[in-house]
Design a protein around this ligand. Structure first.
Ligand code: NAI
Ligand code: MG
Length: 359
């Protein structure tokens, strides 16, 4: 049966980086007989310009009917004056919640070829390879009630609500334990159980789920300490699981340990392995249209897609190896350039990976 991928290139550098990812994936599709088919649709600002909405029904339907979604990035200054409800970013949130993509996997890997890109000492980050599992469709970003109200004393009060149901905690915990089993059987759950009742429940449920995974070593940590430990000694971690907001912040911290936003992929998965795959960076309007964006984060997101949705581990590994070989050969896009290396364009980097694949 054909395996369908919805391709949403989006705005800014989105179409440039997605083109390179498809170039590589199409080659692999033929070479390894993967049986993938691709269908394009508009999202974000591009969709707003064409249809007056950042998430047209046709795009949403395509995503729902596909096995996986490949996304570039959305947004840009052109659409900033728009009301929040039709902003490009809303299109992305719509896909995440409509497809129930509750489990956000964000690896932070320091490539040895790019060791000087990190702001941390080499001995602290050398060999860094950790995975943050962030709950993506619940918690304070979605809790009700929310808003800004006028108090009787004439002062305004802003409020959001942090809520998690047992079932929401249970499913993200299962996802995290399974992720840990695919790696080194080590999981750290991050909460604020000393202060927040919600995360007291979080800790209890994660521990319960943990009994079903006796091979995984589970530990717990408060979020403030986790932030500190990530910077002090990040290699003590392997997989971290946490709430939506804590995960947002900690995964950006972890990403920056590697120093290169153009290198980091992500996966957002539902309960059945269907997922949306995208680089963690945005649409980079400052460099859009110049052909200088780094396509490797998107390419590595494709590798995650092959691994997590299609169970094509060998294909995923071939992409990751080809990326490593391209870096070994000394080609660098502008964002990761250092002296003595060969600077290449977006498509130059795509070609380098493709050539490495062809061997
Ligand atoms: P950004 O990630 O787009 O850019 C931050 C900086 O990193 C810029 O200097 C950019 O040139 C650079 N950069 C990003 N990706 C790169 C790549 N592949 N190669 C080389 N350099 C790269 O974040 P920013 O500037 O805060 O946001 C720009 C727009 O993107 C906004 O409209 C924002 O809302 C949107 N955005 C979209 C996301 C998504 O679609 N998932 C995520 C984050 C932001
Ligand atoms: Mg963020």
């Amino acid at each position: 049966m054909a395996k369908k991928i919805a391709v949403l290139a989006g705005d800014g550098i989105g179409p440039e980086i997605v083109a390179e990812a498809l170039k590589v994936l199409s080659y692999l599709n033929t070479d390894m007989n993967l049986g993938l088919v691709f269908e394009n649709a508009l999202i974000g600002g591009a969709a707003y310009d064409a249809f007056g909405t950042p998430l047209p029904q046709t795009t949403l339907n395509l995503c729902k009917n596909a096995d996986a979604v490949l996304l570039g990035a959305v947004g840009g200054p052109k659409w900033e004056p728009l009301p929040h409800a039709v902003r490009p970013e809303r299109g992305l949130l719509g896909v995440r919640s409509e497809l129930n993509l509750f489990s956000n996997l964000r690896p932070a890997i320091l490539y040895p070829q790019l060791a000087d890109a990190s702001t941390l000492k080499p001995e602290v980050v050398a060999g860094l390879d950790i995975m943050i599992v962030r709950e993506l469709t619940g918690g304070i970003y979605f809790g009700q009630p929310r808003g800004i109200r006028l108090l009787e004393n004439g002062e305004q009060q802003g409020f959001n609500t942090l809520v998690y149901c047992e079932s929401e905690i249970r499913r993200i915990a299962h996802s995290a334990f399974k992720t840990a089993q695919k790696r080194h059987n080590k999981l750290c759950s991050v909460d604020k159980a000393n202060v927040l009742e919600v995360t007291d429940l979080w800790r209890k449920v994660v521990s319960e789920v943990g009994r079903e995974y006796p091979d995984v070593q589970l530990s717990h940590m408060y979020v403030d300490n986790a932030a500190m430990q990530l910077v002090r000694n990040p290699k003590q971690f392997d997989v971290i699981v946490t709430t939506n907001m804590f995960g947002d912040i900690l995964s950006d911290t972890a990403a920056m340990l590697t120093g290169s936003i153009g290198m980091l992929p992500s996966a957002s998965l539902d309960a059945n392995g269907k997922g949306m795959y995208e680089p963690i960076h945005g649409s980079a309007p400052d460099i859009a249209g110049q052909g200088i964006a780094n396509p490797l984060a998107t390419l590595l997101s494709v590798a995650m897609m092959l691994r997590y949705t299609f169970n094509e581990t060998a294909a995923a590994e071939r992409i990751e190896q080809a990326v490593n070989q391209a870096l070994d050969s000394g080609v660098r896009t502008a964002d990761i350039y250092s002296e003595g290396m060969t600077q290449v364009s977006t498509s130059g980097m795509g070609d380098a990976v493709l050539n490495a694949l062809k061997g």
